[in-house]
Design a protein around this ligand. Structure first.
Ligand code: NAD
Length: 303
């Protein structure tokens, strides 16, 4: 597999940054990480380990390879030192436009001019960040899903002036990590698969909030349709992500389109106000830790 870079840096090693660093280390890259909180990477790896084991998911990188991958990842607690000779820097700091602009501004100052700067943002097109870096032709979106959980794919999208060879390098890097690149040919809010998932969310929330169907039946149908009877449907997945996070993401689309049909339903807001945020609070659409959809009789045809 071609490796388009020798050395990469990950800035922000929470839920996604930690997984990206592991993927890159697993693929043989020299990986430097920087997080403003010194212990963030190790704390996150512990959480991911526990989460994947609880859900009994086969991790993309087998557990026995984790220690070796972690050992090859070098943590540097000084941003200028961490990124000074990286050929690609990917940021995965929280989803906040001002914060990401500031990170891009600093990366533009601290890295060699040929370094490619990528954002893992779930919703911000790189065109909103590129100017801050002062090198728009070398900026792109590289949006990973939850790779260690088995969703080994990433959206790749350029900004207003991204050079074609930069997009190509992004695609080639994603492939070299063992992930499927989902190329977005021109700027699109939500990228490739996020947008598909979003259309599903919007529709099923509408059906539930207007009492057309029981949300469990939607999940049952989805599990049959996808052949994933061991997992969950859209409502179970929204519980895992967090209903507050789902609401905020829907609001990003609504603010962008101003179309009332894009506004998340009031019933979802009411659940959030009651503290029903999903897995993290023990109740969302389902109750945890023993949600109905994992029970043997969930897909039973008996009365
Ligand atoms: P997170 O809160 O788990 O992690 C963010 C990390 O960034 C934390 O460790 C924090 O200490 C660090 N950080 C904050 N400010 C920093 C700074 N100035 N410099 C360096 N580090 C800093 O967040 P996350 O869920 O990993 O999300 C990160 C990005 O990835 C967001 O843009 C999000 O939209 C995107 N994303 C998240 C998911 C998901 O399911 N969580 C999926 C795809 C993409």
């Amino acid at each position: 597999m071609t490796k388009p870079f020798k050395k990469i840096a990950v800035v922000g090693t929470g839920t996604l940054g930690a997984q990206i660093a592991m993927l890159a280390s697993n693929a043989g890259y020299r990986v430097i990480i920087f997080d403003q909180q010194a212990g963030a990477f190790d704390a996150m790896m512990e959480k991911l380990d526990a989460d994947i084991r609880t859900k009994q998911i086969e991790p993309f990188i087998p557990f026995d390879r984790w220690p070796a991958c972690r050992q090859r990842i070098k943590q540097i607690e000084d941003l200028p030192e961490a990124v000074k000779d990286a050929e690609l820097v990917i940021e995965a700091v929280p989803e906040n436009l001002e914060l990401k602009c500031e990170v891009f501004r600093r990366l533009g100052q601290l890295t060699p001019p040929e370094t490619i700067l990528a954002t893992n943002s779930s919703s911000i097109p790189v065109s909103h960040l590129e100017k801050s870096s002062a090198r728009p032709e070398r900026c792109l979106n590289l949006h990973f899903y939850m790779p260690l959980h088995g969703m080994n794919m990433a959206d790749v999208m350029g900004g207003t002036r991204t050079l074609p060879e930069v997009v190509e390098k992004g695609i080639s890097w994603v492939r070299s990590l063992g992930c499927i690149p989902l190329t977005v040919k021109k700027e699109l809010l939500g990228f490739c698969f996020n947008r598909v998932w979003r259309a599903v969310k919007r529709e099923v929330l509408y059906m539930w909030a207007n009492d057309f169907v029981d949300f469990r039946d939607v999940d049952r149908a989805w599990m049959k349709f996808t052949g994933r009877e061991d997992r969950y449907g859209p409502f179970g997945l929204m519980d895992s992500v967090g209903l507050d996070v789902i609401y905020d993401i829907e609001m990003v689309y609504y603010r962008n389109s101003k179309d009332p049909k894009d506004h998340p339903p009031e019933a979802l807001k009411q659940k959030i106000d009651k503290g029903e945020l999903g897995v993290k609070t023990g109740k969302g659409f389902y109750s945890y830790p023993d949600p109905e959809y994992l029970r043997d009789d969930f897909l039973s045809t008996k009365e």
